[in-house]
Ligand binder design. Sequence first.
Ligand code: FES
Ligand SMILES: [Fe+2]
Length: 339
Amino acid sequence: MTETLPATWYRGAAQYDRERRGAFGATWLYAAHTAELVSPGSYVARECAGYPILIARRDDQSLQGFHNVCPHRAGPLVHDGTGTATSFVCRYHGWVFETDGALRSARDFGAPGEEPDCSLFALRTEVWRGLVFVNVDGAAPPLADALGGFAEQTKGFDFESFVPAGEWHHDLACNWKTYAENYLEGYHIPIVHRELARSIEVRSYEVIARDDWCLHRAPAKDGTVLDGRWLWRWPNLALNLYRDSMNLEQFVPMGPDVTRIAYRYFSRDGTLDEEVSRLSKLLLMEDAQICEAVQRNLDAGVYDRGVLSPRHEQGVALFQRLLRASASPESIGEPESLT
Ligand code: FES
Ligand SMILES: [Fe+2]
């Protein structure tokens, strides 16, 4: 019988810090879509697990990720969101950086010749089928190798040409793992998602868990807009693919006890199917309610560990294996006295 992670892992700064470094910092994180970065100077700024990420299209058309952190005294360069800039002007003391990260000028810094020699903190950046990823620690395998089996599962879905069709986010009062584990099993569907349960063959719902990705599938009943492929990749990316659109969902930790669920819709013609939008929001609201209730119970100090269903919760088991391997005190290399 597979035991769950201990409840203590779902709260507090110490475990969150391990996960920031071991789970988020050490792999490829989705950061932006190339359709949001069309012309030189366009940029996207977003935070993920406490990493302020800035992606910019340079004059030579290449994409480069940076930390949205000024090397002077850690000021922010741009507000979160999308925009276009011919340079980045730090919002603290006004140093100016080129879109390739080089320092152009340090305002009124000192006498001539005293200008600092620095540039923006660069992030390793690669693109796969229009999706821009960054790797914070710089040590992950090349993106195409890392995506391996996950990438295979997207074959047949022609989403390179999709353009943004809308976005939406909702903050949940729970640890990111509480939501991720909920996403990774369909066991709760008949109880929590009554409408979804009527649209698919719930009894045939299955989750295929491999390496660092999962595929959910269930035969759709005629007429549902949810006839597609639901994929997840470690640690926090879900790609819900349909024939003419996709919903790119990210579980973004905003701290140990707040998780932002960001939905970004893309479609062939830039329009958002109202029914896809309605259903995805309904499902999220249903999941939000149960995840926040579970989190309160994890925090209550009654429950420590449970067990996972071999039939329904193999996705959760995979997630917890990956978590133990990347962000336990042992895998992070902490001395025992700190654990
Ligand atoms: S922190 Fe950016 S200019 Fe001072
Ligand atoms: Fe759910």
